[in-house]
Design a binder for this molecule. Structure first.
Ligand code: TRP
Length: 467
């Protein structure tokens, strides 16, 4: 029996998506989340706006696209959690099991990311509560800042919401993610889009729209540093959920006859639109109310309540917005947790519930450090442990995000794509992409072999000062 037949007989241990739509919804649900609405605007703001956005878009298309295709492909051939899939495929293609470590880096990145993701998702739940209790009315710039300041100063409030969010995530994962996922994504996406459009109208007519759009879209290359290029690439990986293995994991549940390129195109399009829309909503409000683009992780929590405050019936939209954002965060959090849980089920033979609780507990505990980084540990960072450069000067939360998003994700993404395009036999990758014309296949292979890896390596080299 050759490898090819071997693969066709391999099926996932956890079932398959019921339809192509479910897969698209699951991956879009994973991709669209806090990364688009919370992280993109604040990282863009911290890195000077327009030029950052341009580099981010370039990274999405020339690095993100081929890597997403590679990851789905690896998952569908491996049909296991990312570590096991890489181990099986490495053995099959090259007789080498060491590729499993790529999956392991990804899983570790997912661990770190979920630990702070859940804390921020907790903030959105808190803002949902504030909205429906009318505590966000009659706001001005100062009150908005003090409400946010109170939240970050209180470790206990953040802990309650963080715990609540982790419990929901663990609960859903222990039931298996298919049920509920489809429904929540179908509800959340149109809802979120609708409120963003309402907010956009507000920004166009009431905000300082031109200042916002100029900031976001007109590149000022004097602001580009190797560090901002690294941040743009990291954000491209983060927003598309790449490098961590969750796309590999979701690919493992994809039926054989679905088009990988087609689904990737849809997902990337939706994800990018939502991020740009969020940016166009936020920055006009930033400038109108005299806030600063560099206000950091609190940016959406400082700006949006001010805008909602001025719209008639704004508190309804505000409540809806924050709860929908929490839903968007849940569908992303599921994808951050699922690969480790699947790994534990497949390797330790624990039940799904037990695995979800064990891993969830570890991630929940790690989240404490993020919570403390906004209050009792706000002065502490990795540079306290050993001397380091400016990249590490932020809070512990910044350090976690930097190491996971800007280093671990691109590194394992790079290795995934090298595997798919250099190690995996041409016949095998062609078989996975059989629905597209040969010219498109060649384009993918060229980007996956050369453009994406060289791009990632150049960005890394320039960030550490070698070029
Ligand atoms: N992409 C999600 C967002 O933008 C977050 C996310 C989900 C993620 N799965 C991931 C980030 C895997 C990195 C890796 O909110």
């Amino acid at each position: 029996m050759n490898n090819h037949q071997d693969n066709q007989e391999r099926s996932s241990l956890h079932g398959q998506w019921s339809s192509r739509l479910t897969f698209i919804l699951a991956v879009t649900g994973s991709a669209i989340g806090l990364g688009n609405i919370w992280k993109f605007p604040y990282i863009a703001g911290e890195n000077g706006g327009g030029a950052f956005v341009l580099i981010y878009l370039v990274c999405i298309f020339i690095i993100g696209f081929p890597i997403m295709v590679s990851e789905i492909m690896l998952g569908r051939r491996g049909r296991r959690n990312p570590i096991t899939s890489m181990k099986i495929l490495g053995q099959e293609e090259q007789g080498n099991e060491a590729w499993k470590y790529v999956g392991l880096i990804g899983l570790m990145a997912g661990f770190i990311i979920l630990s702070y993701y859940s804390v921020i998702a907790g903030w959105t739940l808190h803002y949902f509560k504030l909205s429906i209790f009318g505590e966000l009315s009659n706001l001005d710039n100062e009150t908005a800042q003090s409400i946010f300041g109170q939240l970050t100063a209180s470790a206990s409030t953040q802990l309650i919401y963080h715990t609540f969010f982790m419990l929901i995530t663990i609960g859903i994962i222990s039931k298996g993610i298919k049920d509920g996922l489809e429904r929540s994504v179908k509800l959340m996406m149109p809802g979120l889009l609708l409120i963003l459009i309402i907010l956009l109208l507000y920004s166009v007519f009431q905000g300082d729209f031109m200042a916002g759009v100029n900031f976001l879209l007109i590149p000022d290359f004097s602001k580009v540093t190797p560090q901002s290029v690294l941040a743009a690439m990291g954000q491209a990986f983060f927003t598309l959920s790449l490098g961590m293995g969750c796309i590999v994991m979701y690919g493992a549940y994809l039926p054989k006859n679905e088009s990988i390129i087609g689904t990737t195109t849809t997902i990337i399009f939706c994800d990018t639109m939502i991020a740009l829309l969020a940016g166009m909503v936020i920055f006009p409000i930033v400038f109108q109310f005299g806030l600063k683009p560099t206000d950091g992780p609190g940016l959406i929590f400082l700006t949006l309540p001010l805008a909602f405050n001025e719209i008639t019936g704004g508190y309804i939209f505000s409540g809806l917005f924050f709860i929908l954002l929490a839903f968007a965060a849940i569908t992303s959090a599921l994808s951050l947790l699922e690969p480790s849980v699947a790994w534990m089920i497949e390797n330790k033979s624990y039940s799904r519930t037990k695995s979800a609780f064990i891993i969830g507990l570890l991630i929940w505990s790690l989240g404490f450090l993020t919570i403390f980084s906004f209050n009792i540990l706000s002065e502490f960072n990795f540079c306290e442990i050993r001397s380091c450069n400016d990249d590490w000067k932020g809070t512990l939360f910044d350090n976690f995000d930097h190491i996971a998003s800007n280093i671990m994700l691109p590194l394992s993404g790079l290795l995934f794509t090298i595997f798919a395009s250099w190690v995996m036999k041409r016949k095998h990758s062609m078989d996975e992409l059989s629905d597209i014309p040969t010219s498109v296949y060649k384009l993918w292979r060229f980007s996956a072999r050369y453009i994406a890896p060289i791009g990632v390596i150049l960005v890394f080299l320039s960030a550490i000062g070698i070029i």
